[in-house]
Design a protein around this ligand. Structure first.
Ligand code: SF4
Ligand code: SF4
Length: 326
């Protein structure tokens, strides 16, 4: 039997396809901070090619920020992020599972009543506390046709997926049942794109970054002296279409972006589970400093307030959410 994890149902290649090209190291924030191959996609690929088991890699599986940049750049088409999620599920870290269980306070949450054919907004937790911002986003992306804000946005389902923890029986199904038949789902948390696409293949799922930055009213307010920070999880999962979208935006607005030479969005890692679970993770402030290095910008515009907070911690340059520039 193959020692490689079974996550091939949805993606073409697994770790056995790794050629050792090291491109994933160049963009990995964990490699940048730790310089330790065990914590990287390439390191995991090599370990499994040589017969390692998940428990041999152990805690190193939990340092990944799930930014998805390695998926985007891997020339062998390996679903490195999906592989990691499978490995975390296989390893089942009891401490993390216990913390998440505590966070999932209400397992009896009923299914939401969302009319079929509607558009729905799942804000997620990285937009910050501001209800006003959530309502402004809803008004902006509703295009006058209306979009409902979901009572429950599945934030803990995204967190459990990232941590490799199984949700209580029925919880995921009730959430998905509420959304069956809707026309369009807009998510604030990029990780939800992956979960929803997997389970609701016929439904259009987009992120708030691409939705807001497509609007003329928003584009007009972006300035050549801005640094626009793309939320990496949402971007990387739709790299082919969104790299074109942001390239056009860059030409139109002439602002700077957190994109590297390969058009990969450089993550702050602030959206990862580590902050929420109070675990040791990559220092997102150091990533923010690195993104800012050598730039002369007057304002930082973010799609995720988690990214925003990482910048606020390291600079006096004003930081503003994309929805708040209108
Ligand atoms: S998902 Fe991001 S943090 Fe994790 S291994 Fe890939 S590039 Fe590194
Ligand atoms: S980018 Fe892909 S093929 Fe290259 S080292 Fe990383 S996992 Fe292997």
């Amino acid at each position: 039997m193959s020692p490689l994890p079974a996550y091939k149902d949805h993606y073409p290649n697994d770790y056995s396809a790794c050629s050792g090209c090291s491109l994933c190291l160049l963009i990995c924030p964990v490699w940048r901070e730790k310089r330790d191959l065990r914590h990287t996609a390439q390191g995991r690929a090599k370990a499994f090619q040589h017969g390692a088991r998940p428990e041999d890699i152990g805690n190193a599986l939990f340092s990944c920020a799930m930014c998805g940049s390695c998926n985007t750049i891997c020339p062998e088409g390996i679903d490195l992020k999906g592989a990691l999620a499978s490995l975390r599920r296989d390893l089942k870290d009891g401490r993390i599972a216990a913390i998440i269980k505590k966070l999932i306070s209400d397992n009896n949450r009923p299914a939401m009543e969302i009319p079929k054919g509607k558009a729905v907004f799942l804000p997620g937790i990285n937009l910050g506390e501001s209800r006003e911002r959530i309502e402004r986003i809803t008004a902006l992306i509703g295009h006058g046709k209306g979009i409902l804000i979901a009572d429950y946005d599945g934030w803990d389902i995204g967190l459990a997926f990232e941590a490799g923890v199984d949700m209580p029986v029925g919880r995921l199904e009730r959430f998905l049942d509420s959304l069956r038949g809707v026309k369009h789902i807009v998510v604030g948390d990029g990780i939800m794109k992956r979960i929803l696409r997997l389970h609701l293949p016929g439904v259009k799922v987009t992120g708030i970054g691409e939705e807001l930055s497509s609007l003329d009213v928003v584009k007009k307010r972006l300035l050549p002296t801005d640094l626009y920070v793309i939320e990496s999880r949402s971007y990387n999962i739709d790299f082919k279409t969104l790299s074109r979208h942001y390239d056009r935006l860059r030409k139109d607005c002439r602002c700077a972006f957190n994109l590297d030479l390969h058009m990969v969005a450089v993550p702050t890692t602030a959206t990862s589970m580590h902050r929420l679970l109070e675990m040791e993770g990559i220092d997102s402030r150091e990533q923010a400093r690195w993104i800012l290095k050598g730039r002369d910008v007057k304002r930082i515009v973010v799609e995720s307030m988690d990214d925003g907070r990482a910048f606020m911690d390291v600079t006096d340059i004003p930081v503003v959410h994309l929805a708040d520039i209108v």
